[in-house]
Design a protein around this ligand. Structure first.
Ligand code: PMP
Length: 461
């Protein structure tokens, strides 16, 4: 069989891809008709495809390449570790140096007394761990009836059966028997779409109040935990009104339930602090981490537990773990990634310099006739597309139609911007420069102009 290379012709790569490769979250037949875009190389914030196009990656891969592409140090760390100890497990009372160092470093970086790490291979696995962890915690505390985890509609917490059930994506729930029992959902604090006549502040309180209502409906002695992202990412980069998190924090405290902050996207500098919990003023009992932990260079995730949760769990044998929990190569790469984020001042730069610069430019997109609101925290932002700003009106076409048209225009202009329904999203590498931010905004504006013209031509607005 011929092994193709990055220099093979695009048509050949696409044909072999279509013949054997099943893509995640993709309509297979639809993709086969047009052929996948083949990315062959990347450097900094720029991707190269098999036709030689240079594309500005406004999404940092899948919200993960925080330090940018092409860092030799991470390749070196991986090679070094592969030579020294390519694999050993952390089951059965063994450990190894990379897992020891990474857990200790994470305990140092994480806020408050979050100081123990249970490693996983991904964010999905880590949230599966969390589901079992919180139920085991309450069992050990003598309250085994505390089983229910409350989450939010439209949340994304992963794609395995457990984490997909924790998430609130109805399209996912419709396939394969999700959600599993013991999970309940409340609404997301999306003022733009659902706030009606309420002020954002009142709406934030009302959405938080849903948590209290749900706890009372289920019975406070049956609820184990609430899970949420500090800023919801894949649900549309929903920045909550300022009243939301303080009220949620009050409620979880009042009813004594555990708070799980899913930091898979928000963690490792994305919001201008090491963790989104710090930006939003939250004190979680457990944090889910993945993505930016290794800047996507290796698959790794985990759960960071508070001293108290770790102590209770340690009183029993937790019958849970993955072959790749604390994989030595992934840990070594993550540790090197954290060193770079820290020593190069990347998180501070996002908070104090490039983040504010991007915010200023990004918010100016709200002046475009197609854009309602533009919201951004650190380096995760979204714009709401609308035919009528003042009314915050949705398009008549099926939700997502206009978002998809706009995404295609961005792609044609060599900018990766994702759409969630009719919101457009950015989450660039944290190392993006001011010059590159200017290019991103220029291309976004141009793509919006083109989408606008197309919508008018097609009678969609
Ligand atoms: N939680 C959040 C908030 C995520 O955004 C994601 C992935 N997009 C996950 C969990 C799942 O992570 P993974 O894809 O690594 O399993």
């Amino acid at each position: 069989m011929t092994i193709l290379t990055p220099n093979s012709p695009t048509a050949e790569l696409q044909a072999l891809d279509a013949a054997h490769h099943m893509h995640p979250f993709t309509h297979g037949a639809g993709l086969r008709g047009k052929g996948a875009r083949v990315i062959t190389r990347a450097e900094g914030c720029w991707l190269t495809d098999s036709d030689g196009n240079r594309i500005l990656d406004g999404m940092a891969g899948l919200w993960c390449v925080n330090i940018g592409y092409g860092r030799e140090e991470l390749a070196e760390a991986a090679a070094r570790q592969m030579r020294e100890l390519p694999f050993y497990n952390t089951f059965f009372q063994t450990t190894h140096v990379p897992a020891i160092n990474l857990a200790a470093r994470l305990a140092e970086l994480a806020p408050g007394d979050l100081n123990h790490v249970f490693f996983a291979g991904s964010g999905s696995e880590a949230n599966d761990t969390n589901l079992r962890l919180v139920r085991t915690y309450w069992h050990e505390k003598g309250q085994p009836e505390r089983q229910v985890v409350i989450s939010r509609w439209n949340a994304y917490h992963g794609s395995s059966v457990g984490s997909g059930s924790l998430g609130g994506m109805k399209g996912m729930h419709a396939q394969g028997g999700m959600p599993i029992p013991g999970i309940a959902h409340i609404d997301q604090p999306d003022w733009w779409s659902a706030g009606g006549d309420q002020s954002p502040e009142d709406f934030g309180l009302a959405m938080a109040k849903q948590l209290e209502d749900k706890i009372l409906e289920i019975g406070p002695d049956k609820v184990a935990a609430f899970i949420a992202e500090p800023v919801q990412g894949a649900g549309g980069v929903i920045v909550p009104p300022e009243t939301y998190w303080p009220e949620i924090s009050r409620i979880v405290k009042e009813y004594g339930i555990l708070l799980i902050a899913d930091e898979v996207i928000c963690g490792f500098g994305r919001t201008g602090n090491w963790f989104g919990s710090q930006t939003m003023g939250i004190t979680p009992d457990i944090m889910t981490i993945a993505k930016g932990l290794s800047s996507g260079y290796q698959p790794i995730g985990g759960s960071i537990l508070s001293g108290e949760v770790a102590r209770v769990i340690s009183d029993t044998e937790f019958n849970h773990g993955y072959t790749y929990s604390g994989h030595p190569v992934a840990c070594a790469v993550a540790l090197e990634n954290l060193r770079i984020l820290d020593e190069e001042g990347i998180v501070t730069r996002v908070r104090e310099d490039t983040g504010p610069y991007l915010k200023n430019k990004f918010e100016s997109l709200a002046d475009h006739p197609l854009v309602g609101e533009a919201k951004i925290v650190g380096m995760m932002g979204s714009i709401a597309l609308t035919p009528e700003k003042a009314a915050r009106a949705p398009f008549a076409a099926e939700a997502g139609t206009v978002g998809l048209i706009t995404r295609e225009r961005c792609f044609a202009n060599n900018l990766v911007m994702r759409h969630v329904g009719d919101r457009m999203i950015i989450s660039p590498p944290l190392v993006i420069s001011k010059e590159e931010i200017d290019i991103l905004i220029e291309r976004a504006w141009e793509s919006l102009d083109e989408a606008h013209a197309q919508l008018e031509r097609d009678g969609l607005m």
